[in-house]
Design a protein around this ligand. Structure first.
Ligand SMILES: CC(=O)SCCNC(=O)CCNC(=O)[C@H](O)C(C)(C)COP(=O)(O)OP(=O)(O)OC[C@H]1O[C@@H](n2cnc3c(N)ncnc32)[C@H](O)[C@@H]1OP(=O)(O)O
Length: 213
């Protein structure tokens, strides 16, 4: 049986995902929201259902979920949503915009989201629930942990490693071979030329630490 695709959340990131799914020929059965009133009207005529309704009506064998929660700094909320629905037995569908370029040997984890114009080069591996946002570039042999958000216009050079739950800010550049720890925040526009430890926030060119954990 083909499972119906449903989006968790109806905000800006969800709308980007809906565009990518529709462009790739998928159909979307519903947007699931804890508070449907927060979704400002119908998005592309897709019905909005309340989360309680969803939980009562649909079992994991009937639906495939898409994590529509974005992040601008910390990635905890989208991780919490992913983990909660995995705990209920649900599977997450990957969203790959038709304009994304993905090397034949790249490995994508469950629920990967490759937004318009993103590029994943050979030998790279992405964990579960990872976003590579608009125009993000992941060069060869990068290893990206679960729940990482690579924001629009980021460049990861070859062999970069990123720990789980990190947010790589919009337009930042990471030079080759750098290791970035878990739950870090890389500021918008930063140029990272040294390794970044778990929990650190770095900004600037070259990037310097402004917060620890
Ligand atoms: C589709 C989408 O929209 S996806 C979302 C994309 N957005 C992003 O990636 C946003 C990334 N976030 C940032 O760059 C943020 O500015 C952060 C996370 C680095 C810091 O945010 P906050 O913790 O709120 O710090 P705050 O704004 O108070 O700034 C602290 C200091 O760092 C400076 N600063 C903040 N961000 C940056 C930056 N990117 N580069 C240089 N300096 C910065 C501030 O000017 C301030 O300096 P001051 O103390 O001398 O005045």
């Amino acid at each position: 049986m083909t499972r119906a695709i449903m989006i968790l959340g109806g905000g800006g990131h969800a709308r980007v995902l809906i565009e990518a799914l529709l462009r790739s020929g998928a159909s979307i059965a519903a947007i699931v929201e804890s508070d449907p009133a927060t979704v400002g009207g119908l998005v592309r005529s897709i019905p909005v259902i309340a989360e309680d309704d969803f939980l009562g009506r649909f079992s994991p064998d009937q639906v495939l979920l898409v994590n529509g929660i974005g992040s601008i700094k910390k990635t905890e909320t989208r991780q919490r949503v992913f983990d909660r629905f995995k705990g209920l037995g649900h599977d997450f569908h990957s969203v790959i915009d038709p304009s994304a370029v993905v090397a034949s040997d790249a490995v994508l984890g469950e629920g990967a989201q490759l937004i318009a114009g993103s590029i994943i080069q050979p030998g790279s591996r992405l964990g579960s629930n990872v976003i590579v946002n608009t125009g993000g570039r992941v060069d060869h042999d990068c290893v990206i942990g679960d729940h990482v958000h690579i924001a629009p216009g980021v460049t990861l050079s070859g062999g970069v490693r990123i720990g789980a739950g990190s947010h790589i800010g919009t337009g930042s550049t990471i030079i080759q071979g750098i290791t970035i720890g878990a739950h870090t925040i890389i500021g918008a526009g930063a140029v990272v030329v040294r390794d970044v430890k778990d929990g650190e926030t770095v900004v600037g060119i070259p990037a310097k630490v402004i917060a620890h954990g």
